[in-house]
Design a protein around this ligand. Sequence first.
Ligand code: TNX
Length: 504
Amino acid sequence: MLSLLLACTDPDDHEPAESGDAGEVAAPSQLVPLPQLIKPGTGTFTLNADASLGATGPAVFAAEQLANYLRRPTGFALPVESTGEITLTLSDDLPAEAYTLEVTTEGVQIAASDAAGLFYGSQTLRQLFPAAIFGAQSAQVWTVPVVQIADVPRFEWRGVMIDVARHFFTVTEIERQIELLALHKLNRLHLHLTDDQGWRIEILSWPNLATWGGSTEVGGGSGGYYTQDEFRGLVAFAAERHVTLIPEIDFPGHAHAALASYPELNESGVAAELYTGEAVITTPLWLAGPETARFVADVWHEVAALSPASVVHIGGDEAIDTSDADYRAFVQSLQATVALDGKELLGWDEIGIVPLNSPFLAQYWYDADNAREAVKNGARIIASPAEYAYFDMIQSPDAAYGQVWAGIVGTEQAYDWDPELEGVSGVDIAGVEACAWTEYIDDEEKLDFMLWPRLAALAEVGWTLPGERDWAGFSERLGWHGARLDVLGVGYYRTVEVEWMSAL
Ligand code: TNX
């Protein structure tokens, strides 16, 4: 696959370019995530007010998207025509999501074989402009350095999980994060939609789940939920940015909000009280209950219909009050349930103990033996080891807040690891995903602070080949990248591990 890219550029030319001042032209070495191949040139291309974008047929949508990203900061009209200074071309000879980007003094050519590749080429181009390209309209000379780039992701799954159950985050807040994911070429947003403290997705056949089970959150705030229309809107918003939304309904543990919503789901016949504590509890479904199987099937049927993704997350973590035998039977039945709607099952690594039909996915967060078992059973792994990828962990001993059970997860820690494990390697690994559990993350400011810049580090783990990655190079590029995050208004953690180049 890489040979096609190698044909485009000479790898020996991959050398860091000189850095300028924050307000000046970004040098190609400041890209995050780092492209596989960069061949810096001399000179610059300047985008002028009379420029246009060139694209035809199915490339027009990607060109319009790029034009939209550039119109606001530049104030230029940037019409999309059949030819232009910035051209986007679809051709058949690159792998999925790959792109080539060539900047000459005359113009910019982006080529890819799919829409995602054109989109990622466009994101790289945005980063080649001065950081002000991420802001409101300003008077600048909009120059880009001459460069040739050939790029392809290492992993197909590059994601983040946001727990909207412990604290609810609105559609607008999630959309803002999706824009940031797209900028970093992340392509999965896993929403943890249910947990003991809240149920966040409208289920028409069991309406109390959202209206009652979603009526509060950790700390007793008013919670919230996504209506099905809102959820479909989020799916579409994400899809336009090549982010697939992965819904999680967490059963059989962590089911307290469901039990609080319907008395018939409780062995006692009485609805549980809503739970708003910070402490993790793991209330199990009453698997022997006469209504439980129908309830689970109804929920999954509606959620599957809302989500065009081929993969759905069935939870399966911390089912400590469910016997192994019951757990196995339940997860197997879930695989059959979601298969009725054509979905592939994904679950937390505990599902490694369950014989399931391949293909399925397991998310390694805690127990490497579970991940190895899952691979033996035919799974591919999404790597989210807590000590590297749990972004609810504290970032340094003096950071304002964060959990500590998996240790300190600074930016270097979030960067300097590899998802390969003994017994889990190569094609066994679908990709990587960071997890933001939100017991203590109760607003957008804290979400920014916990996700960024660690998510930029995770994005590079997922995108860039291991031989091209090193912390020294990344931290330097991140220092410049911070200027982009500043312009975007991201309240990231200004870790002392990085020399931030912006003045803020
Ligand atoms: C473990 S990770 C959990 C979550 C907590 C998290 C806090 C996982 C699959 N389960 O319920 O929120 O730790 O770090």
